[in-house]
Design a protein around this ligand. Structure first.
Ligand SMILES: [Zn+2]
Length: 216
């Protein structure tokens, strides 16, 4: 037994096929996750999926409206990308996103004062890469799972290998004594108030450098 807190996070959704399959797993084991949503993917088709996620205790966060490299946009365009996603999330789920994850984790100095939410990174297993197998995703997350870490996965269209991995990961990590929490709960339980003034892209509460050290 190792144990501790873990925050499962999923980027680039909601997707009408993949996201409900993840919610089935979360519901089965009564665990929450945090979704970093793209505003452009929130439609009349996917809104009920997000409402179900909220009912299951999941947290809705902001991953921009259309997933551009924000670093090549003007300040005005950056503000629009972020605020239009926030508006759509509030309108459809009733939740006000508290955290932001920059697309590609690409940042420019002036993004921090422009975007009023703390920036969230995470420990990933390159699950956006089709060539990374389901079992590699599974064993990768099992390896990086440590108390307080934010796990970064993706629920974009057709990412079935991640669904397959999560199906095994949730029960196996529970069996190892981990408890799943949302990103908000993780900071709260660790007694850390995240800020974007320190220009940190948090992969765990208490981080002091901009990026977390490599997980491997
Ligand atoms: Zn993304």
């Amino acid at each position: 037994m190792t144990g501790g807190l873990l925050a499962l996070t999923f980027d680039d959704g909601p997707d009408p096929e993949i996201t409900p399959q993840l919610l089935d797993i979360l519901e089965q084991y009564h665990v929450p996750a945090t979704f970093f949503l793209l505003g452009c993917r929130i439609t009349s088709e996917t809104t009920p999926i997000l409402q179900r996620a909220v009912m299951l205790g999941c947290e809705m966060c902001n991953h921009s409206y259309s997933h551009p490299y924000l670093t090549v946009l003007t300040p005005r365009q950056i503000t629009q990308e972020v605020s239009s996603a926030t508006q759509r999330i509030i309108l459809t789920t009733g939740q006000t996103p508290r955290f932001f994850r920059p697309p590609y984790l690409a940042v420019r100095e002036d993004m921090f004062p422009l975007i009023s939410m703390p920036f969230i990174g995470g420990y990933g297993v390159r699950d956006y890469d089709e060539s990374v197998s389901e079992s590699e995703r599974y064993s990768g997350v099992m390896r990086i799972a440590k108390d307080g870490r934010i796990i970064l996965l993706h629920d974009f269209a057709e990412n079935t290998k991640t669904v397959g991995a999560v199906k095994r990961l949730v029960p196996d990590l529970l069996a190892r004594g981990f408890r799943f929490v949302t990103v908000s709960q993780l900071f709260q339980e660790k007694g850390v108030t995240p800020s974007n003034e320190d220009r940190i892209i948090y992969s765990y509460p208490g981080q002091t450098a901009m990026y977390a050290p490599d997980a491997t």
